[in-house]
Design a protein around this ligand. Structure first.
Ligand code: IMP
Ligand code: MG
Length: 173
């Protein structure tokens, strides 16, 4: 496979932005504890880096969803592959995602999670592709808005590769 990767957001840019979001969340949740939910696998790198930069108490949980579609386009049908370990009841929850694209995955997921009785529920995404939105989703914290290009790195994959890149790149086939 001979695709190449063009840098879109450098490691320094991504790290600086995560630092700023961490500080923002720390201010917004002063005196509270935040419960971060990582949407696997893509959200894992971002969540770890973000959690390290939040100064209020943090707890973590993980879930995994799959959309019935091909690799580069979600179908809108989402199933929970791995559910959370803990209840959300009365917690201040932030869902941490890698990217909001069509919005289908998140709109489904947020509806499911809202039904579990969190005290509050917000969405934090490293990347947002607003041009691709099909379903309206309210994003509370956004790292970067990016153009409609397929990106990898910082947790995002292309056929399960490149998640470990410390920057965000565009796949050029
Ligand atoms: P949505 O349901 O269309 O918003 O899709 C969201 C999911 O599609 C993300 O959580 C990613 O797993 C995947 N995805 C969307 N765009 C990209 C991309 O540019 N690179 C890698 N994965 C992507
Ligand atoms: Mg994802």
């Amino acid at each position: 496979m001979a695709e190449s990767i063009r840098v879109l957001l450098s490691e320094e840019e991504v790290d600086a932005r995560i630092q700023a979001i961490g500080e923002q969340i720390s201010r917004d949740y002063e005196g509270k504890q935040v419960h971060l939910i990582c949407v696997l696998k893509g959200g894992s790198f971002f969540m770890c880096e973000l959690a390290k930069r939040i100064s209020v108490p943090v707890s973590l949980d993980f879930m995994s969803v799959a959309s019935y579609g091909n690799d580069t386009k979600s179908s809108g049908l989402v199933r929970i592959v791995k559910d959370l370990d803990e209840s959300l009841k009365d917690k201040d929850v932030i869902v941490v995602e890698d990217i909001v694209d069509s919005g289908r995955t998140l709109s489904y997921l947020l509806e499911v999670l809202r039904g579990r009785g969190p005290k509050s529920l917000r969405l934090c995404t490293l990347l947002d592709k607003p041009d691709r939105r099909v379903v309206d989703v309210k994003v509370d914290y956004t790292g970067f808005q990016i153009p409609d290009e397929y990106v990898v790195g910082y947790g995002l994959d292309y056929a399960q590769k490149y998640r470990n890149l410390p920057y965000i790149g565009v796949v050029e086939l």
